[in-house]
Design a protein around this ligand. Structure first.
Ligand SMILES: Nc1ncnc2c1ncn2[C@@H]1O[C@H](COP(=O)(O)OP(=O)(O)OP(=O)(O)O)[C@@H](O)[C@H]1O
Length: 259
């Protein structure tokens, strides 16, 4: 059975149709890169995966059942910025998720249980290359280090699915390269299924095992909100760029004519 199924999935906000006719099956371990023009509904899709936006029509299934309508430990998320808490150290940020989960059953976590959580969090920080920065606050970390911390925080609850919303969009090219290597390593080590939004088509092609393009099939110039975006291309990748990249670049980001 597929891990995630989209069956005639739609999302509307009032009269605005944002997404329509989304159909796809995603297996465990896939890395789906998602590209599409600004405002076409990529984050909306991720929000449905996270469980903070309900589908308007159709079905979004996890293991064959409707995806729970609340964020859960099985789905981690990293945004472009501000995924971590500024008033907590790196270690405390990573410990937080597990503490919350255990506190639900045990009340506040103390003693050896807390020490175990701290040891796990430190191991996670070491995995993302932040072992030396455990006591630092987010504002004392570079942008790349903050995103490493956000990844550690997202992974500490051992999610099956990792949702990434332009996680490297604000980083310099050199740092982005390091992050690409890191996310590839984490994807493999943790056997994750990843959905990653990116505006960088090259990044989408080079990181994903599959690429989705969100675009509108139907347009009504008099009523632009009448139709929503669908998955217009669903391309299996062997993680190599192909000539398709140039072609898709023109479709997803059409060049504006300059008068
Ligand atoms: N909570 C909401 N209420 C009403 N409209 C919303 C809401 N969330 C998103 N939208 C609308 O849905 C459309 C798609 O937004 P979304 O953020 O998903 O696009 P996107 O493809 O992620 O854009 P970008 O690439 O610029 O981040 C936009 O027109 C947006 O205004």
């Amino acid at each position: 059975m597929s891990l995630v199924s989209l069956r005639r999935l739609e999302k509307h906000y009032g009269d605005q149709v944002v997404l329509e006719r989304l159909n796809a099956e995603v297996n465990e371990g896939e890395f789906v890169s998602i590209v599409g023009a600004s405002g076409c509904g990529k984050t909306t899709f991720l929000n449905m995966m996270l469980g903070i936006e309900p589908p308007s029509r159709g079905a979004l299934l996890l293991d064959g059942k409707p995806i729970p309508q609340e964020p859960g430990a099985d789905r981690g998320v990293v945004f472009q910025r501000y995924s971590v808490f500024p008033h907590l150290t790196s270690l405390e940020n990573v410990m937080l998720g597990t503490e919350f989960t255990q506190a639900r059953w045990l009340g506040r976590v103390w003693g050896s249980a807390r020490r175990d959580i701290a040891a796990q969090a430190l191991a996670m920080l070491q995995q993302v290359g932040l072992g030396q920065a455990a006591d630092k606050y987010p504002h004392q970390l570079s942008g790349g280090m903050q995103q490493r911390l956000a990844l550690a925080q997202a992974l500490t609850k051992k999610p099956r699915i990792l949702l990434l919303d332009e996680p490297f969009g604000a980083l310099d090219p050199g740092i982005r390269r390091d992050m690409h290597q890191l996310i590839t390593d984490l994807w493999r080590q943790h056997r994750l299924t990843i959905f990653m939004i990116t505006h960088d088509l090259k990044e989408g092609f080079s990181l994903g095992s599959r690429l989705w393009v969100f675009d509108k099939i139907r347009h009504d110039p008099q009523a632009p909100d009448r139709w929503g975006a669908s998955i217009t291309y669903d391309i299996p990748l062997d993680r190599k760029s192909t000539g398709l990249e140039r072609q898709l670049d023109d479709i997803v980001y059409p060049r504006q004519d300059v008068a």
